[in-house]
Ligand binder design. Structure first.
Ligand SMILES: Cc1cc2nc3c(=O)[nH]c(=O)nc-3n(C[C@H](O)[C@H](O)[C@H](O)COP(=O)(O)OP(=O)(O)OC[C@H]3O[C@@H](n4cnc5c(N)ncnc54)[C@H](O)[C@@H]3O)c2cc1C
Length: 493
């Protein structure tokens, strides 16, 4: 039986496996999916998870629950030797091992693209994983708790300040959702006022959300500003050390939470270690039927790619530089076609080219607020928010998952968001350890003139009894004092 290896079980990988299970006949091929994570993450829900509107576990799809005919391996693919059709599988524990395959599908997605700005790598957080979304939610609630215990002043305001970097869809949705979350939290914190909470987004370009029209993007700027969330256009982050975000215009924003959403790049580790042909932006090059091609446009037999990691030609003419933009709309549709094409080639049939006209873009900007654009047609505010929830509620794979997410929305509509922070889950042993009984320390060697110490009893604790090691907690935030500078008025038009 031919073996199909799928590298990465996110949007494109999960859908490829799901559809292969549907299209393959019994015994026609074996499908193996390798991903260090045991679930596919529905990334468009991350801003809502960070804002407490969706339970984190409900925004991911467990591979083993929904891929019943696929062999799932939780490990990293750390190398491909495509000439010999061998992959190196590196599990969390134990030694790397080799896996033979006949067809490989590389769908390892993208990672946050950052620049070497002081303080960003050590102090900021991305929003590309469910873990980051949970950490952001918990940090906001924890900061509200900490701020409420302080007298009014700069340290309190620093705890209540969030800076988002990057004004694409993900950044704007994050800013809007978090502003909405913080405004809702305030009713449970009588010690804190709206004026003490600050939400800023820094964008290097002169506009936000290139996927929508200029007019719609300007409406979003005004809408956010009305709600107390400010976008700084034509501005760059120059420094983010000591809890202060220094901007190119000289302003400094003291902030405890810096969220980086300024772009993505094809997963460089996987692309490099795969040895497959890549373009100058580090994406695996494919032709329109999703088969990998080299620089001379020759097909690399037995290799396929799709999603954010791939440079797939956009035959509609709408893509950037002639290629599909990295989004879920493309990743899902490419994966569905890839599965069909792969089965077709196994059966000696011809694969079909990928062609998908953009359906438009829809974004949630917080509870009851959103924006939608398709061609010249735009919806704003409440109707767009309904469209956003309707679209994503239905786009979530499987009814089992759809139901859980819709149930979260329904519960929150009547009961409000859950505002308990689970930040302590990062150090779960702290509670136990504080009062845990330990072996007594070893008796110190007796001085020469002192009487001879008795021989230890058989059941006495040994000096080298194993200690329970506790990993030091990662320094999640800076300890520096905030500067007193005031932030200039936002440049929102
Ligand atoms: C906050 C946010 C909001 C978004 N909102 C939208 C939206 O509203 N609409 C839209 O169309 N798009 C949206 N996107 C973009 C969309 O989610 C991505 O384009 C899509 O997830 C790409 O799918 P993918 O399969 O290529 O990558 P991913 O879904 O990222 O999956 C990649 C997988 O590869 C795995 N992997 C990584 N390294 C290895 C390795 N060495 N070995 C094996 N596996 C590996 C990863 O663990 C992951 O599971 C959003 C993105 C973000 C971050």
């Amino acid at each position: 039986m031919p073996k199909i290896l799928i590298v990465g079980g996110g949007y494109a990988g999960f859908y490829t496996a799901w559809k292969l299970e549907k299209h393959l006949r019994k015994g026609e091929a074996e499908v193996i999916l390798v991903d260090p994570l045991s679930y596919m993450t529905y990334l468009p829900f991350l801003p809502e998870v960070a804002a407490g509107s969706i339970e984190p576990r409900h925004a991911v799809v467990a591979h083993r629950r929904h891929l019943k005919k696929t062999t799932v391996i939780n490990a990293k693919v750390t190398g491909l030797d495509h000439a010999n059709k061998t992959a190196t599988i590196t599990p969390e524990d134990g030694e790397p091992w080799e896996l033979q395959y006949d067809q490989v599908v590389v769908t390892a997605g993208s990672v946050s693209r950052t620049f070497p700005i002081p303080g960003i790598a050590d102090g900021a957080i991305g929003l590309k994983s469910i873990e980051e979304a949970v950490a952001i939610r918990d940090r906001i609630i924890t900061n509200f708790n900490r701020a409420a215990a302080l007298p009014a002043g700069p340290e309190r305001e620093r705890l209540l300040t969030v800076v988002v970097v990057g004004g694409g869809f993900a950044g704007i949705e994050t800013l809007g959702e978090l502003r909405s979350f913080a405004s809702a939290l305030l009713k449970d914190y009588p010690q804190l006022s709206f004026e003490e909470t600050h939400f800023h987004l820094i964008e290097a370009m002169g506009r936000i959300m290139p996927e929508v029209s200029l007019e719609t993007s300007e409406w979003v700027l005004k809408d956010l500003a009305k709600r107390g969330a400010y976008v700084h256009l034509d501005t760059q982050v120059k420094d983010a050390t000591d809890g202060n975000v220094g901007l190119s215009n000289g302003d400094v924003i003291p902030a405890d939470l810096i969220i980086w959403t300024a772009g993505v790049m094809a997963n460089p580790q996987v692309v490099r270690s795969s040895g497959l042909p890549a373009d100058e932006r580090g994406r695996i090059t494919t032709q329109a039927d999703l088969r990998v091609i080299d620089a001379d446009k020759n097909v690399v037999e037995g290799a396929w790619s799709a999603g954010d990691v791939a440079a797939v030609p956009d035959l509609t003419g709408g893509g950037v530089g002639g290629f599909c933009v990295p989004n879920a709309q493309h990743a899902v549709r490419q994966a569905k076609l890839l599965a069909k094409n792969l089965v077709a080639t196994l059966r000696g049939d011809k694969p079909v080219d990928y062609f998908h006209k953009n359906l438009g873009a829809v974004a949630g900007l917080g509870l009851y607020d959103g924006v939608f654009q398709s061609g010249k047609f735009a919806l704003k505010g409440f109707v767009a928010w309904v469209a956003h929830r309707g679209y994503h509620g239905l786009a979530m794979p499987s009814w089992e998952r759809k139901w859980r997410v819709i149930w979260d929305w329904w519960n929150n509509f009547w009961l409000g968001r859950d505002i308990a922070t689970m930040e302590k889950v990062q150090q779960p042993r702290e509670f136990f350890e504080e009062f845990a009984s330990r072996p007594k320390p070893a008796v110190a060697a007796a001085p020469a003139e002192a009487p001879k110490a008795e021989a230890p009893k058989a059941d006495a604790p040994k000096a080298d009894a194993p200690k329970v090691e506790v990993k030091p907690e990662k320094a999640a935030k800076s300890t520096g004092k905030p500067k007193a500078e005031k932030v200039s008025a936002a440049k929102a038009k």
